[in-house]
Design a protein around this ligand. Structure first.
Ligand SMILES: [Zn+2]
Length: 280
């Protein structure tokens, strides 16, 4: 860990600024020959040059294995019906299906576009999937379709979900309350996913912070301005070093806006890995 501290932070905000200047599609992060790239996908399109993230076949399979552990923590087991809303064009989201089929879960796949919301609601009315994995924006679209097109109480349809896992954004307490009020009555899990750092984490049934898969990542809470590493329980920005991924590894990839603290005491669930608690 002392050696890691000698490596400067990679500030995401700065990385975004660099991409147009250095004109490298991988922002200088591709560390394998092209023949070893198994899958790749772009990120932050607001720049003139998109930034690509790549995976070797081994990277991809490692991530899929990690996700099986994550879904299992959220209570997904063999034979469970899981409703997954993804973007068809984002190749990375196929890893959701790969990992869920590794568990033996059955997936109900739907596109995550607002125009699909009506079709989705009619589908869940009949199939009643107990697990929801999808972005909060789609959850809102589904609520709106019930209220304004189908003229039914959204809870009538949404009550089938016993477990709700929102992708893309980390769930804040007030968001959870909003969605519960609108009819998502199930247990919410806090899920964090960052494509560039190939990072995944989820909380457990105790909901006392996201368990860090410490065999995959080193996670630090840092001061992005000074580079100082915070102590256990002190607030800092989320910084991720991915240990295993070969194609586009990240060293101390720092999301300045994500304020967290790291807890290292054993969780009441019995797991001993450190946990991330969001403070903002
Ligand atoms: Zn736990």
């Amino acid at each position: 860990m002392e050696d890691l501290n000698k490596i400067p932070l990679t500030i995401f905000k700065e990385m975004k600024k660099e991409i147009d200047k250095i004109n490298d599609l991988f922002c200088g992060n591709l560390t394998v020959d092209w023949e070893h790239v198994y899958r790749f996908a772009p990120d932050f399109f607001e720049a003139k040059v998109p930034n690509f993230i790549a995976y070797t076949e081994n990277d991809w399979n490692l991530l899929s294995n990690l996700l099986t552990r994550i879904w299992y923590m959220a209570g997904i087991h063999t034979g469970d019906l899981v409703h997954v809303l993804t973007s068809e064009i984002d190749i990375r989201q196929r890893i959701f299906f790969q990992s869920l089929s590794q568990i033996g879960a059955i997936t109900l796949n739907c596109m995550r576009q607002a125009m699909d919301a009506k079709r989705i609601m009619i589908t869940i009315k009949h199939l009643k999937p107990p697990f929801f994995i999808g972005p909060p924006a789609m959850a809102r679209a589904m609520i709106n379709v019930c209220n304004f097109e189908l003229n039914v109480d959204p809870a009538e349809y949404l009550k089938c979900y016993k477990t709700v896992i929102f992708t893309e954004k980390t769930l804040k307490e007030e968001h959870k309350e909003f969605f519960k009020e609108k009819g998502f009555l199930g247990e919410f899990f806090q899920f964090r996913h960052n494509d560039i750092a190939s990072f995944f984490a989820i909380d457990c049934e105790q909901h006392q912070g996201l368990h860090i898969p410490e065999d995959f990542y080193i996670v630090e809470a840092v001061n992005p301005k000074t580079g100082e590493v915070m102590n256990e329980g002190e607030e800092g920005s989320l910084s991720i070093t991915n240990l295993l991924f070969r194609a586009t590894p990240q060293l101390r990839f720092t999301l300045s806006k994500e304020k967290i603290k790291i807890l290292k005491d054993p969780c009441p669930c019995g797991r001993t890995t450190a946990r991330i608690v969001y403070t903002k």
